[in-house]
Design a protein around this ligand. Structure first.
Ligand SMILES: [Zn+2]
Length: 373
């Protein structure tokens, strides 16, 4: 499965259908939801019906639909794939399949540009996360990306013989405590070094740790400063937890980190809008700022869509038609101007933040932007 990168998404976003429109097709093929083959077939049939209705008889889109159907029937391997994004334009020889280990929302669009918004949001929501599990004997390090394990290191250390001597341990006492402390410190340093080595090989944005209460402070202090600033919290799993449990906890942490980040962005947006400086909110003003190429970061509520207008001659998007306020030409209606705005922002190299369940953003009109000037 080829990893999808930010650069690849931007390259895709810049493509335009020359001789025919581009088909974008997101399919939720998750075997946990669509257990039987018939369930999947029904899902796909419905999506393709929608696609054909939108095609309006365009022969290139018709071919895209056939090819998607064939791909699902003969090539898709659902043991590894839960979501698929397909971008096609048979007339221009475009066929790009992105297979994902996570779910997507089933959705088809036919437009002059590929609908990459959902892919972008997905990539943001799944920044690579490192997990370091440590007790006095074990070091386990994982890196997860898009819900999958990409790196793993496990080490179990023998306790030094002095600490194992039954007599000494039974006697306890100061000497034993000192030995144990020295051993623990060395072990935690090794754990911190391991985390750094793994990070050097396989970068991750966030680091979650799982360790007994009495080791937390020491472990955190041992971490390289680069890693300390990536700390995002503690995982409530035992150090010996099975792999699935670690992954589930990491995914929960990932979602929490993402919601925190989104909340910060929306706070900033709200402050900028309130002071009337570098922020706009609401569909009309945001589209206006986008047309002026002033957007540093587009902020959109997940699932928000709205009909709108596109001016073909000058390329601007608008909430209200039908005459373009800038060039006076007649605009064309678009089914989802929000999706178009996301693609346009990406094509302008602006950042795009898709926020999930953020009530403050909904109050602002479900869309807004931080401005460059
Ligand atoms: Zn215009």
């Amino acid at each position: 499965m080829a990893a999808i990168t930010e650069a690849a998404i931007r390259e895709l976003a810049a493509r335009r259908g020359r001789s025919a429109p581009i088909t974008s097709c997101y399919l939720d093929v998750d075997g946990r939801r669509l257990v039987r083959k018939q369930d999947l077939e029904r899902e796909v049939e419905q999506a393709l019906r929608t696609l054909r209705a939108k095609a309006g008889g365009d022969p290139s889109v018709e071919k895209d639909a056939e090819r998607i159907d064939r791909y699902i029937r003969t090539e898709l391997d659902r043991s590894r794939v839960r979501g698929v994004a397909i971008f096609a334009c048979s007339a221009d020889d475009l066929w790009e399949v992105v297979e994902l280990p996570v779910r997507v929302r089933t959705r088809v669009t036919v437009n002059q540009a590929p609908a990459v918004g959902q892919l972008e949001a997905l990539l943001q929501d799944h920044e690579p996360m490192g997990v370091l599990l440590v007790d006095r004997q074990r070091i386990r390090m994982f890196v997860f990306e898009l819900g999958e394990l990409v790196e793993r290191f496990e080490h179990v250390e023998e306790l030094p013989r002095e600490l194992d001597v039954r007599g000494l341990r039974d006697r306890g006492g100061e000497q034993h405590a000192q030995l144990l402390e020295a051993h623990t410190q060395q072990h935690l340093r090794k754990a911190a070094q391991t985390a750094f080595d793994v990070w050097s090989q396989q970068r991750f944005e966030h680091l979650a740790i799982g360790t007994p209460d009495d080791l937390v402070a020491q472990l955190e202090a041992s971490l390289h400063p680069y890693l300390r600033e990536r700390l995002c919290g503690r995982l409530p799993v035992p150090v010996t937890a099975p792999h699935d449990e670690v992954l589930a906890a990491a995914q929960e942490m990932e979602a929490e980190v993402e919601r925190r980040r989104e909340a910060e962005v929306v706070d900033r947006l709200r402050a900028e809008v309130a002071s009337g400086r570098r922020g706009v909110a609401g569909l009309a003003d945001t589209l206006e700022a986008l047309g002026d190429r002033r957007i540093d970061m587009l902020v959109v509520s997940d699932g928000y869509s709205a009909p709108g207008w596109r001016c073909e001659p000058c390329g601007r998007l608008a909430a209200i038609g039908r005459r373009c306020a800038h060039c006076g030409q007649e605009m064309v209606e678009v089914e989802d101007v929000v999706e178009d705005a996301i693609e346009e922002a990406l094509a302008q190299s602006s950042k795009v933040e898709i926020c999930v369940g953020n009530a403050d953003l909904d109050v602002l009109g479900r869309i807004g932007a931080l401005l460059r000037y």
